[in-house]
Ligand binder design. Structure first.
Ligand SMILES: Nc1ncnc2c1ncn2[C@@H]1O[C@H](COP(=O)(O)OP(=O)(O)OP(=O)(O)O)[C@@H](O)[C@H]1O
Ligand SMILES: [Mg+2]
Length: 322
């Protein structure tokens, strides 16, 4: 039997806490060697998803296969082959940085010498050599995160769950970690599930994105697929030399393909159905006596998509509420 092409497959994963449903029937897959970004506002269910898939939290319903294994009956085996960076780093305060790594290395089946050697290398990699033998107790947020990242990579796992790996890191460390994550996937074939609030980071690293909102998956696919799904409209920036007048905006709004027109300091931002609608808009401007200096199409960026998904999700929730 060959290795499954998918690193993760989950179907209908559901988990509630006393306060309510944290994850509601999540179905998705993660391909081997891809970086999947899990996005969503605070409390959306991202960390819950990671904990379920790594077998440290039981679902109420649903199934999952992680590296061909069941994370709840084979949790130990799954954790041997996965690296986890938890949100709060979760280091043992009483131990030094290196001792923290050694301890987990042994749990993951490494010999003491090997864990120390590899731990030392990784601490150096993350600029923490000088603190290897210092107790974690007094470490800053970023220093803890570096040690925790080293710990996640220690046993060279094939699948990584990284929960907000760059939050708390300074810009140089952030850039370094983003590059590292990218090369883990593209050069070393590792699979990464990445929770992040930094959309630029997701855009740079992720081949697909899953957007959760109040425990429900609202969008899943490549950024291009999400754009097609959500962004059927086409936006252009009109440079008219001055802000569009009220009558001109009203006139544009009456055109069939125009979904909306808002003034800007130098003209207007107009949402159309498609590129073919641009000439009619220019003609309407000219007919109204406006001078058109430029028409610039604007592609949606990840932030636009994210907020569009959030708005749609919030609408769904509001419509379903009593
Ligand atoms: N151990 C727990 N006990 C009780 N409630 C929990 C527990 N873990 C998660 N929850 C609840 O489940 C929901 C989802 O939480 P989760 O931590 O998965 O969100 P998240 O998307 O990771 O948010 P953030 O961006 O803030 O990290 C929240 O309402 C949270 O309060
Ligand atoms: Mg979280």
């Amino acid at each position: 039997m060959g290795e499954p092409e998918r690193a993760i497959d989950c179907d209908g994963l559901t988990r509630s806490f006393p306060a309510g449903v944290a994850l509601d029937a999540l179905t998705l897959d993660v391909r081997r060697g891809e970086v999947l970004a899990l996005l969503g506002p605070n409390g959306a269910g991202k960390t819950t998803t990671m904990r379920l898939l790594n077998g440290v939290l039981q679902p109420d319903r649903g199934t999952a296969t992680v590296l061909g294994l069941d994370p709840w009956t084979d949790g130990e085996a799954v954790r041997h082959r996965t690296g986890v960076l938890t949100e709060n780093a979760g280091l043992d305060e009483r131990f030094t940085a290196l001792e923290n790594l050694e301890f987990v290395g042994r749990l993951r089946g490494m010999g003491g010498d090997e864990a120390r050697r590899r731990g030392g290398e990784l601490l150096e990699r993350f600029g923490m050599s000088d603190r290897a033998d210092v107790r974690v107790q007094g470490f800053s947020t970023g220093q803890r995160k570096r040690v925790a990242l080293a710990r996640a990579l220690l046993h060279d796992p094939e699948l990584l769950f990284l929960d907000e790996p760059t939050s708390g890191l300074d810009p140089a460390a952030t850039r370094d970690v983003v590059e590292l994550i990218g090369s883990l996937a593209s050069d070393h074939g590792r699979t990464v599930v990445l929770c992040t609030h930094f959309l630029g980071e997701a855009g740079k690293l992720a081949s697909r994105m899953a957007v959760l909102f109040r425990g429900v998956l609202h969008a899943f696919g490549t950024p291009e697929e999400l754009a097609r799904d959500l962004w059927s409209a086409f936006e252009v920036r009109l440079d008219l030399g001055a802000a569009a007048s009220g009558p001109l905006l009203a006139r544009l709004g009456e055109l069939g393909p125009v979904h909306g027109a808002a003034p800007t300091s130098s003209g207007a931002l107009v949402r159309l159905e498609q590129r073919d609608d641009i000439p009619a808009v220019v003609a309407a401007c000219v007919a109204a006596g406006a001078e058109v200096y430029a028409v610039e199409p604007r592609d949606p960026n990840l932030e636009d998509l994210y907020f569009a998904i959030e708005a749609r999700a919030a609408g769904t929730v509001a419509a379903g509420a009593p």
